[in-house]
Design a protein around this ligand. Structure first.
Ligand SMILES: [Zn+2]
Ligand SMILES: [Zn+2]
Length: 266
């Protein structure tokens, strides 16, 4: 099978006792990428080109920073990313304006910020139509940058391969199908992705079987977790003070994960 390298993480994740095996896969993958971008990727020129160009989303910048490892490495990534983005912005301003920015940087202490801003507004006022395009162009560039994240795009690709493997194993291996059907369901995001996957991967007959099993599993476990979180709230009643917690002690973070997918709850 072509996707062999993805089968071990998938079967390992499905052997875990958790609220969503696909979240388990996603978290492991994310951890690996965080480690990779704080370590080996720094030596890979191709990855530096990519991080310079795309950068990271807010979630992944937070995870990279909060890891508190190799802050020099992260600093180097951020430094060259900013150099690249600043250079792109300057190019958008045009040659003439770039020259002015250069001059302003040299005499930054003498030039008040207000004159810098005045120059921009003068430029904007003098060429209305071109300036509309100019502003739209900057907005478009910034929007694209916000949507891009090197880690998100790598994760999207690998999570796609994991879904391929889940459906492949479910179709071909009875042992995996039994394992799949023994789970506690999935978070709602991965539940939706699995339902979407049935269109791409399964024939009509298999699709009916898959969806029926999945829905039963999901509904039973959504009800289970709702009861668990309900008992969590009941435990705040003094009359239940001495009653056993059952599975409810950590029901709140587990139920949030069930609704929203893997998140960094403390
Ligand atoms: Zn999930
Ligand atoms: Zn991201």
């Amino acid at each position: 099978m072509k996707e062999q390298i993805y089968t071990i993480p998938v079967t390992d994740a499905f052997r875990e006792d958790c609220e969503c095996p696909v979240c388990f896969l996603e978290k492991n993958l994310e951890d690996q990428y965080i480690e990779y971008f704080l370590g080996p990727s720094l030596m890979e020129p191709d990855h530096r080109i990519e991080t310079n160009d795309k950068g990271f989303c807010r979630r992944h910048f937070e995870l990279l920073y909060n890891r508190q490892e190799n802050r020099l490495g992260l600093g180097l990534i951020v430094d060259t990313h900013l150099q690249h983005q600043n250079s792109n912005l300057k190019k958008l301003f045009g040659r003439k304006f770039s020259a002015e920015i250069g001059k302003k940087t040299d005499t930054a202490h003498k030039e008040p910020t207000s004159s810098f801003v005045k120059n921009i507004s003068l430029k904007l006022k003098s060429k209305k139509t071109n300036d509309d395009n100019f502003i739209e162009n900057i907005i478009e560039r910034l929007r694209n940058l916000e949507k891009q994240c090197v880690i998100c795009s790598k994760m999207d690709y690998t999570m796609g391969r994991y879904l391929d493997v889940i459906f492949y194993l479910w179709s071909k291996e009875k042992e995996f199908r039994d394992l799949f059907n023994s789970k506690k369901g999935f978070c709602l995001i991965h539940f939706r992705q699995l339902l979407e996957g049935t269109v791409k991967y399964l024939n009509n007959n298999d699709r009916t079987i898959f969806v029926e099993n999945l829905l039963k599993m999901q509904i039973n476990n959504m009800e289970r977790i709702q009861h668990e979180v309900n008992w969590f709230t009941e435990k705040f009643d003094y009359r239940n003070k001495d009653a056993p917690w059952g599975n409810s002690k950590d029901a709140l973070p587990r139920s949030i994960q069930k609704i929203s997918g893997y998140c960094n709850l403390k």
